[in-house]
Write a protein that binds this ligand. Sequence first.
Ligand SMILES: *Cc1c(COP(=O)(O)O)cnc(C)c1O
Length: 389
Amino acid sequence: MSHIKDIDKAYVAGTYARFPVEITSGKGSIVKDETGKEYIDMGSGIGVTAFGIADDAWQQAVTEQLSKVQHMSNLYYTAPCAQLAEILCQRTGMKKVFFANSGAEANECAIKVARKYAADKKGPEYSTIITLKNSFHGRTLTTLAATGQDHFHQLFQPLTPGFVYCDANDLPQLETLVKENKVAGILIEVIQGEGGVNALDEAFVQGAAKLAQDNDFLFMVDEVQTGNGRTGKLYGYMHYGVQPDVITTAKGLGGGLPLGAAILGDKAENVLGFGDHGSTFGGNPVCCAGAISILNRMDDAFLQEVEEKSAYVFSALEGAPGILSVSGKGLMVGIETAREAKAVVTECMEKGVLCLTAKTKVRLLPALNIPMDVLKKAVEILKEVCAKA
Ligand SMILES: *Cc1c(COP(=O)(O)O)cnc(C)c1O
């Protein structure tokens, strides 16, 4: 056991069950551990390093800004923050952006916006937020309340009140919840990530958007995992023919630096005024400069390549021995395996491929620019491991 693992075990809060591997360097989709062993990274820091480790253009954008100004308070203007907000709005048809530092904080902002929108228009009793069962929205007390999984709730009562949960894809149930509650908003992941990489039905997503429109509450999409090119479109909702009132995102947005955003549409753009919300680090110029470099390279041709890699992964895995089903979109892939997912991930790691799990599935979230030959090698190893009895 290396020194670092011992120090970590002694001094870092024990909230993570780490694999016995210390990552010391990397480039693109290849990372190295403390012994010099190489791995193909099929997790990209849980969908964060959108262009892989130490991507040249991203690194240049970040270090250039780092050498100018690393932080200013939000009392002043900085260029990367303003320019990133413009890009996000232009690429989504939305109107304004609030910057945070994580997915949970982006969702906190969305929930505040929905409640204030409803309170301003209808009264403060219109505070209920509908989320879905099996969802995941973050680890703060409010986003835990939004997360529709009981086991996350048990240890930390009382959570923020005012959340009700609907079964995914059950539109009649959603209609009933809208009738029975004073609703401020609905928050959904169009593909439930942590819940097992389950894409919602188009009819349900469109029905939810229509209910929000007809009843004048906010339709909010949590794109923390599905956003920023992950599904083969810039944002996951773009597969569904809907326009959200609020989009939240984080993970891949900063390309590896902490950055979250709540992107506000027509209905929501002016809900927050001076002093209504804030974040000391939100819109950090270094993080935003990195994000600009990431988003500006996600053009149609790039997203087309993501789709092509996705088509390869799905066709290689579907029906392969030991693989029961493949779900997701783009390079957000859930794999139901005959063997226990954890055993598959552990054995893949031993064979030099880092994969993730989501519930009982193996999950792949590789860097979006992973070279085809590297992707093929990883998929072959994964298939080999899954095929074992
Ligand atoms: C990861 C995730 C979050 C939480 O993001 P943090 O940056 O860890 O706070 C929220 N929603 C979804 C859909 C996620 O995948």
